[in-house]
Design a protein around this ligand. Structure first.
Ligand code: UGA
Length: 434
């Protein structure tokens, strides 16, 4: 089985590397020549635990290759995965030009029977559009267009890919379906559940899953706001709800709102699709709105913890990535908070173990520091915005010693409030009165 993956972002690179690890011959193709040159040298352009090792191993075993154009590889592949980006347009719909440019490349190099698979998240109906486009140039019995959405999370992408909760294959062509079932046979043997369905359902499963998780997060964030007002503890609420197997405990952590390259984009794209079909999705709409409100809520919280002259305050911002374990700052709540505080006039010192380089490209007025301690020095408040493990074990005594005012606003409920108070901090967090 020969496979080509077009696009070497998080989804494409992890898919290509992991499929090669399952014994397939994979070529990853990207128009970004610089990125391909890096990958050929075994350097990984993103921070993703475990990925470097797996790329190195399979490159050495001659099962994983990187190419800029990849014409020959595409023409010889049995399966071509599309894993290019589908960023949000201003109106919330997904930008499809990268997908269709990749489809054109596929079309130009297509010869014998091949399955073209959308792996990155594409709007419902994209498979049909691709099929209609290819049908203009090729006989319909020489290709199938399938949907095989990816559910991996950044930060644990390799293990998510290797141990998926499910593999979803949506293919209306029985021959194409058989090819994809053969491709995933090693993973099925390793106990990965496979669900097969029609292409449109597979496309919608992906959006429905991301939207549902977004709803869960917005729901717990709203419960956190209520808990603060009525004197309840959101962590206990989440625990108590999560013990009900029908609810489940995952994705009930309150915080500064969901970010990243997926939830904000995909919820809006789903609303845009629903709009096209004249179908109102009130629950998803509310989740998006509540998520936008959450940033206002946490900014107010930070400001209310500052003494007078908020516009002269020095803020230590711990965490810039949209979540722990990644260098990705796309739609990062930490950066939204930073922009808002800068607007008020605050000075912001920031520290993130991996995301500083990306963050400074987005918000240039940040003063980047090399450690949490350096970041805290001389500051009026320490804000924890990303749940990096190393922030859980901060030396609070040392931090207090270098701060101007001993105030912590913990937007991820990472620290032990009693320990922080014992050390002498004024401590505030999300969804509970301390
Ligand atoms: C998400 C999905 O979890 C993946 O299944 C999916 O494949 C991926 O999008 C995608 O569509 O490509 P990811 O964006 O990597 O993965 O990040 P998550 O771990 O899902 O976190 C998303 C955001 O929600 C983060 O800002 C995180 O801090 C926030 N979050 C998550 C919470 O605020 N509370 C939680 O309990 C969980």
């Amino acid at each position: 089985m020969r496979v080509v993956v077009i696009g070497t972002g998080y989804v494409g690179l992890v898919t290509g590397a992991c499929l090669s690890d399952f014994g397939l011959f994979v070529t990853c193709v990207d128009i970004d020549a610089e990125k391909i040159a890096l990958l050929k040298r075994g350097e990984i352009p993103i921070y993703e635990p475990g990925l470097k090792e797996i790329v190195e191993k399979n490159q050495k075993s001659k099962r994983l290759f990187f190419e800029v154009k990849g014409e020959k590889s595409i023409s010889e592949a049995n399966v071509v995965f599309l894993a290019v980006g589908t960023p949000s347009r201003d109106d919330g719909s997904a930008e499809m030009k990268y997908v269709f440019s990749a489809v054109e490349t596929f079309s130009k190099n297509h010869k014998s029977y091949q399955v073209l698979v959308t792996k990155s998240t594409v709007p419902v109906g994209t498979g049909k559009k691709i099929e209609d486009y290819l049908s203009k140039y090729h006989s319909k019995d020489t290709f199938a267009v399938a949907s095989n959405p990816e559910f991996l999370r950044e930060g644990c992408a390799v293990s998510d890919f290797m141990n998926p909760d499910r593999i979803v294959i949506g293919c209306d062509d029985p021959k194409g379906l058989k090819v994809l079932l053969d491709l995933y046979e090693p993973m099925r043997k390793a106990n990965a559940p496979i669900i097969t369905t029609n292409r449109t359902s597979a496309e919608l499963i992906k959006y429905a899953s991301n939207a549902f998780l977004s709803v869960k997060i917005s729901f717990i964030n709203e419960m956190a706001r209520l808990a603060e007002k009525c004197g309840a503890d959101v962590s206990k609420i989440a625990e108590g709800m999560g013990m009900d197997k029908r609810i489940g405990k995952a994705f009930l952590l309150p915080g500064p709102g969901y970010g990243g390259s997926c939830f904000p984009k995909d919820t809006k794209a789903l609303l845009s699709t629903a709009n096209e079909y004249n179908c109102k999705l009130k629950v998803v709409e509310a989740a998006v709105e509540a998520n936008e409100d959450q940033v206002n809520f946490v900014v107010e919280k930070i400001l209310s913890n500052l003494s007078e002259k908020k516009e002269e305050a020095k803020v230590a911002l711990l965490g810039l990535a949209f979540k722990g374990g990644t260098d990705d700052v796309r739609e990062s709540p930490a950066l939204k908070v930073a922009r808002r505080l800068l607007k008020v006039g605050c000075e912001i010192k920031a520290y993130d173990p991996e995301a500083s380089v990306n963050a400074i490209k987005e918000v240039e007025n940040l003063v980047i520091c090399n450690s949490a301690k350096e970041c805290a020095e001389g500051c009026d408040v320490l804000v924890i915005a990303t749940e990096w493990n190393e922030f859980k074990t901060l030396d609070l005594k040392e931090i207090k010693g270098v701060m101007k005012n001993a105030v912590i606003v913990d937007l991820r409920n990472l620290l032990d409030p009693f320990h922080a108070k014992e050390i002498g901090f004024k401590y505030d967090c999300i969804g509970k009165r301390i």
